[in-house]
Design a protein around this ligand. Structure first.
Ligand code: ADP
Ligand code: MG
Length: 288
């Protein structure tokens, strides 16, 4: 039977906007030795803004934004809104013949007989598009038309005000390692890592690489230690399911992420994770 104290703990957590899907997870939170975070939407706001455009000759800024907006028109990635709000024309969805979103890379769409690719360096590389490396700490969205590089759109996101506090508190509660996994560029990932004082940052990962990283960490952890993963996006569901404790940020989180998680934070505050750890400790002290 489940000791009564656990119900108090789970109830107390839910009053603070932390949904724990079982007493075993509340107990397991006491043994977390590493907290692994997704970047976009988890530690950062997930609200991008266009900061600059680099257009290749033969293309105009207007075209660059238009092609990108067409490609983003069916996406719900955090990047999407920034591109759509930079475009002030109409989108004729009837002119789109093919549409494919490639998780962790971008989008391929066929419009008015042209093949448009919009996404990161990996997407360009796999289509053999010769793109320029752009020096920035932002996120780079490359655009190619019929495999010809048309230019890049630099967008940037901000770290959540609550994230630094979250990392500090986890450390003070005895969590040995804080890690960030991201599909974004190395420079963009490392900037956030430095800003927040994270122990490790792994960038340019595909969704499957994130699962592998978690598996590698779990194979190296101490005997009773637990690895928690915190994420918000659709792409994060496999990682949330694989981690000892999957924590979904419910503020902006997708249904798939909430479904796959063991703990759901109802707000977008990462510091709720340290609150959850404190509640877990109090509950253990009462129950045992
Ligand atoms: P994160 O790990 O930061 O949550 P994702 O795995 O969702 O990021 O995406 C990784 C990278 O793939 C993004 O930084 C971006 O470069 C590219 N990408 C993914 N989806 C899109 C999209 N809809 N439009 C443009 N680029 C995208
Ligand atoms: Mg994500």
């Amino acid at each position: 039977s489940i000791p009564l104290g656990f119900f108090g703990g789970i109830g107390g957590a839910s009053k603070r906007g932390i949904l724990v899907k079982g007493s075993n997870y509340l107990e397991a939170l006491n043994d977390v030795e590493a907290v692994v975070f997704d970047k976009t939407g988890t530690l950062t706001k997930g609200v991008f803004k266009v900061t600059s455009l680099n257009v290749q000759s033969g293309f105009t800024e207007k075209e660059l934004i238009k092609y990108a907006a067409y490609a983003e028109s069916y996406s719900s990635h955090p990047i999407t809104l920034s591109i759509l709000s930079a475009y002030d024309g109409d989108i004729d969805k009837n002119s789109m013949e093919e549409y494919e979103e490639i998780a962790g890379q971008g989008i391929k769409v066929r419009v008015e007989g042209m093949e448009i690719l919009v996404g990161n360096a990996r997407l360009m590389g796999s289509a053999n598009v010769h793109y320029d490396d752009v020096e920035t700490f932002g996120t780079v969205v490359y655009v190619a038309v019929n495999k010809k590089y048309a230019g890049s759109i630099i967008i940037s996101d901000e770290v959540k005000e609550d994230s630094a506090k979250a990392i500090r508190e986890l450390k003070s509660l005895g969590v040995k390692k804080t890690v960030m996994l991201t599909g974004d560029r190395k420079a963009a990932g490392e900037k956030v890592g430095k800003q927040l004082g994270l122990d490790e940052v792994y960038a340019e990962l595909l969704p499957a690489d994130k699962v592998e990283k978690i598996e590698a960490m779990e194979s190296r952890k101490s005997r009773n230690g637990k690895i928690a993963f915190v994420g918000d996006g659709i792409n994060d569901a496999p990682v949330l399911a694989r981690a000892d404790i999957g924590i979904a940020m419910g503020g902006l989180g997708s249904d798939a992420a909430i479904e796959a998680a063991d703990v759901v934070i109802m707000t977008d505050e990462p510091s709720k994770i340290s609150s959850a750890l404190k509640i877990a400790k109090r509950t253990r002290d009462i129950v045992f």
